[in-house]
Write a protein that binds this ligand. Structure first.
Ligand SMILES: Nc1ncnc2c1ncn2[C@@H]1O[C@H](COP(=O)(O)OP(=O)(O)O)[C@@H](O)[C@H]1O
Ligand SMILES: [Mg+2]
Length: 216
């Protein structure tokens, strides 16, 4: 087991203070869910942990390296090879076939395509279709396949099941959690759905400007 990500004393404000003492440790092979009311700062916290926003104070270490002090080039390499980011509103190229959207990600990170992934996500019959012909739920699963095809070490997912029906949401969670275990990777998932959250190894709630652990 090794520590994939560690955050200490994170503090951040926009118009108001969102949080002031957030501490997180994610070990390899583990998954963590963050729940909390809308506006509590969950997405902001995920952006900070994934290097896409800078906190007001406190530190984030990815693979032991402080994101505040490493170079832009190093951040770029970490983003390309180590991080997988799944947002609720996916960014696929609509004019392209689904498979070409995935090929872009794998070629950027020098990975081979794993066809089993499409079967697991039940999109194997969709990959040759144009993205714009697919339903929202199919597009969401294509975007998840695109992220997993990169073989990331740490996955950040912001409401990845938000626009999926319950059955498909559970399927997607199983694929994500299996990936984490099989690859000794890590997952930090933001969701408003406690049932989905409790599928992860640990569940935290962001409230009263702090992150606290919820007992299962
Ligand atoms: N880039 C930004 N600039 C200014 N305010 C922001 C920005 N991002 C988020 N906020 C504000 O921070 C608060 C928390 O937002 P967010 O992190 O998206 O919460 P959550 O994901 O828990 O709903 C909201 O009031 C939102 O308007
Ligand atoms: Mg949010």
């Amino acid at each position: 087991m090794s520590t994939l990500i560690e955050a200490t004393k994170l503090k951040h404000s926009f118009d108001y203070e969102l949080f002031n003492n957030v501490n997180i440790t994610l070990e390899s092979g583990n998954s963590m869910a963050i729940v909390g009311k809308s506006g509590s700062g969950k997405s902001t916290l995920l952006h900070i942990l994934s290097t896409f926003a800078m906190q007001d104070s406190g530190d984030v270490f990815i693979n032991g390296k402080n994101t505040k002090t490493i170079s832009k080039d190093e951040i770029e390499i970490i983003r390309r090879y180590d991080l997988g980011i799944i947002f609720q509103f996916h960014h696929l190229f609509k004019g392209m076939k689904a498979i070409d959207n995935i090929n872009i990600a794998t070629s950027l990170s020098n990975q081979k395509l794993d066809n089993e992934l499409f079967a697991k996500l039940e999109i194997d019959s969709n990959i040759l279709q144009k993205t714009s012909e697919l339903s929202g739920g199919q597009q969401q699963r294509i975007s998840i396949a695109r992220v997993l095809a990169k073989k990331p070490r740490i996955i950040f997912a912001d409401e990845p099941t938000g626009n999926l029906d319950k059955e498909t949401a559970h399927l997607v969670m199983r694929v994500l959690l299996d990936y984490v275990r099989a690859n000794n990777a890590g997952l930090i998932l933001v969701t408003h759905d406690e049932e989905i959250a409790f599928m992860c190894d640990e569940v935290y709630v962001l409230e009263n400007k702090n992150l606290s652990k919820m007992e299962k």
